[in-house]
Design a binder for this molecule. Structure first.
Ligand code: HBI
Ligand code: FE
Length: 288
């Protein structure tokens, strides 16, 4: 891994035992605040009609008194009032058990750096824009807020099962790259999509990717790519249905079944899949 990534194996100097650090909002310079404003303006302009109603409602918690990178003290007052969640600053990716523990306790860990101008559209690790603009609006939705808690609690329970790959896929295909079927059309709610200008268009409008009805076991078997637009998106019927299919499910027997089931290759379609769109995969082929 490149050595400029924000990855550590123990809390770095100045971090607390739970890996949190002070946000130190005063330390962001004008260029960093401008980068936030530029990304914010670009995304909030294109998302009406594309992002889920829950996301668009949640954007209000980000409408703060000062422009620029949100000051978490002010942001957390609004977010806490909505769902009891708060954002905490961390130096970068944190270990899985630490990550799950924060989610289980309604704390969303956000990287404390913002992308450089040459990384406007793509970066390998979550920055403030991805973590705050991408994730926080959905955390202001009461049902989604409970889903994230359930995911964190499930993650802590899963540590004894060596089920992490399967659980990470659930996170990937919902929290990061999920689509939702609204009565007025398909919408995006995954943070990886809503924080990306290009993928916000690709995920909904392009003929290339598969759009498949969400199925818990199917999702947990499906590999994903971290280097480019997704080749599959999974579509939930509602946030309530997503919460019910996870919080209301004992994962232990699922993990047991998954041990004997092969992974599903990225673009494979199964007989049982309920396809909303059978992708041409032309985009992925053009890059191969
Ligand atoms: N740490 N800061 C941060 N953000 C993440 O999204 C994150 C993490 N650590 C682990 C992790 N995600 C994933 O491994 C889990 O979703 C499984
Ligand atoms: Fe994310």
């Amino acid at each position: 891994m490149a050595d400029n990534l924000h990855v550590y194996d123990k809390p770095p100097l100045g971090a607390n035992a739970d890996w949190t650090i002070p946000q130190n909002w005063e330390a962001f310079d004008a260029h960093e605040h401008e980068m936030w404003d530029r990304l914010f303006a670009r995304q909030s302009e294109m998302l009406p009609g594309r992002a889920a109603d829950a996301f668009l409602r949640g954007l209000d918690v980000l409408k703060l008194s000062k422009p620029g990178i949100p000051d978490y003290q002010e942001l957390n007052q609004r977010l806490m009032a909505a769902t009891g969640w708060q954002v905490v600053a961390v130096p970068g990716l944190v270990p899985d058990d630490v990550f799950f523990d924060h989610l289980a306790n309604r704390r969303f860990p956000a990287g404390n750096f913002i992308r450089q101008p040459q990384q406007l559209d793509y970066l390998q690790e979550p920055d403030i824009f991805h973590d705050v603009f991408g994730h926080v609006p959905m955390l202001a939705d009461p049902v989604f807020a409970d889903y994230m808690v359930a995911y964190g609690k499930g993650g802590l329970r899963s540590l004894g099962f060596s089920a992490l790959d399967h659980l990470a896929r659930l996170y990937w295909y919902t929290v990061e790259f999920g689509l939702i079927q609204q009565s007025d059309g398909l919408r995006i709610y995954g943070a990886g999509i809503v924080s990306s200008y290009a993928e916000s268009i690709f995920a909904l409008d392009d003929d290339s990717p598969n759009r498949i009805a969400f199925d818990l076991l199917r999702v947990m078997r499906t590999r994903y790519r971290i280097d480019d637009f997704q080749q599959n998106y999974f579509v939930i019927q509602s946030l309530e249905a997503l919460l019910k299919s996870t919080a209301g499910t004992d994962f232990a027997p699922l993990y047991h079944r998954l041990e004997t089931m092969p992974d599903i290759a990225i673009a494979d379609i199964l007989e049982d899949d309920a396809m909303l769109h059978h992708g041409t995969q032309a985009y992925a082929a053009s890059k191969a």
